[in-house]
Design a protein around this ligand. Structure first.
Ligand code: PGA
Length: 247
């Protein structure tokens, strides 16, 4: 049995003081919940504040991105060791917005994953197809390409996969429970054929997850959690999603 894993991806939202305000309201709402892993990934500038406020809580801290070099002349980039020093246990890598707006390829994603893991971070790897690809019946091809490239020479310990169909992100259009489960089942099968330890990898669904659809998604056998954008920005809705994932 895989423990549900619910993660918030705040994207480019919330200042330090807004992060503080959120956590002061949110942490009491989820206090004592130990049957769901809960993670928040705020912007880099809020990591220290979040880490201080979450120190003795049941909520984990993640970053939304990382670079694939340990240090040096890479203006504007952040190394895995810096994230660990700031209190992160996890990092999200390969989000479709990074692939789309910042030209991240599977090769870049793979380099980032490798350095993050060897430095001691756990990784949430995001994959998923566009609407055009789904309509052309290419979903599984796309997932195969992304998994093959992103996970080249990577072992599955400390990896979570987030299946995020691009057409469902921020659009209010969720994949149906069956569509999500079918894609997750494909991913699980791929992992089983290509890697050791596929059964214990958690596969999150992402794309317009809300308090009112989380239970249906979590009832699917291959859905182990959610990566939540818009609905994670309010303490009430994010705590309801966490509670909805408890089974
Ligand atoms: P959304 O974003 O919940 O706002 O659709 C999900 C994500 O991009 O991780």
């Amino acid at each position: 049995m895989r423990k549900p894993f619910i993660a918030a991806n705040w994207k480019m939202q919330k200042t330090n003081s807004e992060t503080e305000e959120f956590l002061n309201a949110f942490l009491p709402l989820v206090r004592g919940i130990d049957d769901v892993d809960i993670l928040i990934a705020p912007p880099f500038t809020s990591l220290e504040t979040a880490s201080r406020l979450m120190k003795s809580s049941n909520v984990l801290l993640g970053a939304q991105n990382v670079y694939f070099e340990e240090s040096g002349a890479y203006t504007g980039e952040i190394a895995p060791s810096m994230l660990i020093a700031a209190g992160c246990s996890h990092v999200i890598i390969g989000h479709s917005e990074r692939r789309q707006y910042f030209s991240e390829t599977d090769e870049v994603v793979n380099r980032k994953i490798k350095l993050a893991l060897t430095t001691g971070l756990k990784v949430i790897l995001c994959i998923g197809e566009s609407l055009e690809e789904r309509e052309a019946n290419r979903t599984f091809d796309v997932l195969n390409t992304q998994l093959t490239g992103s996970l080249a020479d990577v072992q599955l310990n400390d990896i979570t996969i987030a299946y995020e169909p691009i057409w469902a992100i921020g659009t209010g259009k969720t994949a149906s429970n069956e569509q999500a489960n079918d894609a997750h089942a494909y991913i699980r099968d791929w992992l089983g054929k290509n890697k050791e330890g596929a059964d214990s990898v958690r596969i999150q669904y992402g794309g317009s997850v809300k308090p009112d659809n989380v239970k249906g998604l979590m009832a699917e056998p291959e859905v182990d959690g959610a990566l939540v954008g818009g609905a994670s920005l309010k303490p009430d809705s994010f705590s309801q999603i966490v509670i909805g994932a408890r089974g």
